[in-house]
Design a protein around this ligand. Structure first.
Ligand code: SAH
Ligand code: SF4
Length: 391
């Protein structure tokens, strides 16, 4: 399959200017009041930024020339810098962003199988540079952690992805093309709580991207206290990266389990689904990576059924995506099928994630970037790999 690498750069000409991208509606309204303007200007400008993909104040035709001049002097609309992008023939698109500090983070757009122009297009967004949690099967975790992304760097990933469809379309005819967002790129979103929630509010807002709440999913490895906060603060779909049906195995695969064990995680998941207001019933998906001979036996499937008995949820089985020197292998298709049959027979809706974007290294869980590790984990991992390769 052919790949079309294109280089593009966004230059922030004046870093002293205020970046309006990623500002919550309330903060933007306060910004306009501070300029001596009416707060409703925030709604107008948000529509230009998020719905029309406009980053030039002089194209915002419902603002006076005086206000356009004022904004151009003090403000900017600046997404993170696109270092390069790769578009695959199956419709998968990947962007590598260079964020302040020089690290690279990845964003991937995966279209529905039929790749129709107006079909489902799911964007997988990163929330941190690297990840501090070191799950045993995750290449992001092996790189260590550098820093949280800002709200402009998070929502900027979606803005740039939409831009890639809008570029040749007249402003009046523009519409957002990304239909679904999953916070499943690099990082643990609940450990970068406020910028992530602000970004998701902008995704849902009628003045923002206007996505439906069922089409925005946050994936977490199980930061229990923040799951309770999330239930109060925003209504989005939740994916829980479970990967093991008992504490002993989960401690090994997802080390944060030692801090927030399964009993606490299941209680938080139930609280998330059963909101006090029945109209706010929320959706939970359990994610389970299929690791050959590690967590994929019939006995594990039965244990999983017992664990999830009282939790209304869907289960998504993820075939393991191998990376260099990973200590695991992907379960066979037959094993994944047998495992899913046990779950389906117990009454769960169970899906198996299709791996897409392999040709541009864009499969989920393979988002690697380049992290200036502050934890020295990448170094330890490389030493371990070296000692294995020379042994
Ligand atoms: N930190 C969050 C979100 C990012 S990871 C979380 O852990 O949920 C997104 C998903 O990819 C998670 O379900 C994660 O467990 C899974 N994943 C990570 N590495 C993987 C790999 N090598 N193969 C398949 N899935 C992987
Ligand atoms: Fe971090 Fe998620 Fe990877 Fe675990 S699976 S190391 S939480 S990104």
């Amino acid at each position: 399959m052919s790949k079309i690498p294109v280089v593009e750069t966004f230059v922030d000409e004046n870093p002293a200017k205020t970046n309006l991208l990623g500002m919550s509606q309330a903060v933007l309204a306060a910004f306009f009041v501070g300029l001596g303007e009416k707060p409703f200007r925030a709604n107008q400008v948000m529509k230009w930024i998020y719905q029309s993909g406009v980053d030039d104040f002089y194209q915002m035709t419902n603002l006076s020339k005086k206000l356009q001049d004022k904004l151009a002097r003090v403000a900017t609309i600046t997404p993170p810098t696109v270092k390069f992008k790769k578009f695959s023939e199956d419709g998968t698109r990947k962007w590598v962003f260079e964020v302040a500090g020089g690290s690279l983070v990845e964003t991937v757009l995966i279209p529905a199988d039929d790749n129709k122009q107006f079909g489902r297009k799911t964007l997988c967004i990163s929330s941190q540079v690297g990840c501090a949690l070191d799950c045993a099967f995750c290449s992001t975790g092996k790189q260590g952690f550098e820093r949280d992304l800002s709200a402009s760097e998070i929502i900027g990933q979606l803005w740039v992805a939409n831009q890639s469809y809008m570029q040749d379309v007249p402003i009046a005819e523009r519409q957002n093309m990304v239909t679904n967002v999953v916070m499943m790129g690099m990082g643990e979103p609940l450990l970068n709580y406020e910028p992530v929630v602000t970004s998701m509010q902008l995704m849902l807002s009628d003045f923002g991207f206007g996505l439906s709440k069922r089409r925005v999913t946050l994936s977490t490895s199980g930061i229990v206290p923040k799951m309770y906060d999330l239930a109060k603060d925003i209504d989005v779909a939740l994916a829980i990266s479970l990967h093991a049906p008992n504490d002993a195995l989960r401690n090994e695969l997802v080390p944060i389990n030692k801090k927030y064990p399964l009993a606490d995680l299941m209680a938080a998941a139930k609280a998330y689904v059963y909101d006090e207001n029945p109209r706010h019933k929320k959706h939970v998906t359990i994610e389970y990576v299929m690791l050959k001979d590690v967590n994929d036996t019939d006995a594990h499937a039965h244990e999983l059924v017992a664990l999830l008995q009282d939790l209304p949820c869907k289960i998504n089985l993820i075939p393991f995506n191998p990376f260099s020197h990973a200590p695991y292998a992907r379960s066979s298709n037959n094993r994944i099928h047998a495992f899913s049959q046990i779950l389906s027979q117990a009454g769960f809706v169970c899906t198996v994630r299709q791996t897409r974007g392999d040709d541009i290294d864009a499969a989920c869980g393979q988002l690697v970037g380049q992290v200036a590790d502050k934890t020295r984990r990448a170094q330890r991992w490389q030493q371990r790999v070296a000692s294995h390769t020379t042994a």
